[in-house]
Ligand binder design. Sequence first.
Ligand SMILES: [Zn+2]
Length: 82
Amino acid sequence: MRTYLCRKENKLSAVLCNCCKKELLVENGILKEECITFSHDFGYFSDRDGESQEFDLCEECYAKITAGFGIPAETRQRMELL
Ligand SMILES: [Zn+2]
């Protein structure tokens, strides 16, 4: 969950993990800690058609949730780290 100092300039005031409520490190409006953001627009074949949801997870919660997957998340190593 994100709160902004200035939404237009994308300047953050705080980022909380939606799962454990941990406050992630934000300095000068910039997120300085790993945060996994999910954003989804539900479509026509969903009971939530027309609804959009977004949430943030800290790296620990992401690891716990994906560890419960029946099929592991597809992982690839990026060669270019920008
Ligand atoms: Zn968390």
